[in-house]
Write a protein that binds this ligand. Structure first.
Ligand SMILES: [Zn+2]
Length: 303
């Protein structure tokens, strides 16, 4: 297993492609390689030291450890992928392709490609509904245009940020968070899709949430207009903190996010939020074990 204490040590070990490949084989296969085409076990290694051939009579295909992962079909060396993985997963607010290109010494085009691939595994497919006490709220990523002066409004419009792009945020108290673009859904539909009926939901007093008390264990609401921010368990500070992570990364790092790509940035912010309590090293290693397409949060959070 590749052992390292920090980024510097990791970098000194990643100078050798062979070390990277062996580390990745360990992370992905845990000593038991299998064929990504047919799941056949015990393939044999060819003379080049990196290609495996499937033993199954109906398959017989060749593969390397990157086949079936987000690293597949690229000319980027594994050492670059792994350095990128560490840098991207360690940044608390995300990293721009320009900065990543500088850090890795590659072109911005390559950095953009790497970011795109790694962001893909930050998505959680078919997530379980949240439970217990769930704070939720909605936000508009472009800010509310009506409250802006003309110059600021123009700035956002020029950036292509659509003020109709509403995002709903959910935070399970002491647990994980999720950000989802609302699109054509009603607020209540969003809650139904993302929160278990047994949960206690906490919202502000927006009329869109009225009636949730009939469907959920309880519905508590916070009246922001009279500065009532904290009343027993009825507060929404966690989800507001979560929104500020999203805004910091969109406004501070990425500068322009089109409505089309907003969900991806929401996923990335959720990934960072949900892994905030583990070390950079663990986050890196656990994400490296998840490079087969999409990230499995369950594995990532258990640590
Ligand atoms: Zn096979």
């Amino acid at each position: 297993m590749l052992e390292f204490k920090n980024y510097k040590e990791l970098m000194s070990k990643l100078s050798d492609e062979k070390v990277c490949r062996e580390a990745m084989e360990q992370w992905r296969w845990d000593g038991e390689p299998f064929c990504p085409h047919c799941n056949g076990t015990k393939p044999y290694k060819l003379k080049d030291g990196k290609t495996y051939r499937c033993r199954e009579k109906t398959c017989r295909k060749d593969f390397t450890v990157t086949v079936g992962t987000v690293f597949e079909n690229s000319k980027i060396p594994l050492s670059t992928w792994m350095a990128a993985m560490f840098v991207i997963t360690a940044h608390k607010k995300g990293i721009s392709s320009l900065q990543l290109a500088r850090d890795l010494g590659c072109t911005q085009k390559t950095a953009w490609f790497i970011l795109h691939r790694i962001r893909y595994i930050m998505d959680e497919p078919n997530p379980e509904p949240l439970d217990n006490i769930v704070e939720l709220d909605e936000t508009y990523t472009g800010g509310k245009f009506a409250n802006m002066n003309r110059a600021r409004r123009k700035k956002y419009q020029d950036l292509g940020i659509d003020n109709k792009t509403a995002v709903m945020g959910f935070v399970e108290r002491e647990g994980k968070g999720r950000l989802t673009v609302i699109g054509d859904n009603t607020f209540k539909d969003m809650v139904r899709k993302n929160v278990k009926k047994e949960a206690i939901v906490i919202t502000d007093q927006h009329t869109g949430y009225k009636g949730l008390d009939a469907e959920y264990a309880a519905h508590l609401s916070v009246n922001h207009s009279v500065m009532q921010f904290r009343d027993g368990i009825a507060y929404t500070n966690s989800v507001e903190g979560f929104f500020s992570c999203l805004k910091r990364s969109i406004i501070g790092i990425y500068h322009q996010v089109s409505a089309k790509h907003l969900q991806q940035y929401c996923n990335e912010t959720s990934y960072r939020y949900n892994t905030r309590k583990i070390t950079d090293k663990d986050r890196f290693t656990q994400t490296m074990c998840n490079v087969e397409g999409r990230l499995k949060y369950k594995n990532l959070i258990k640590s």
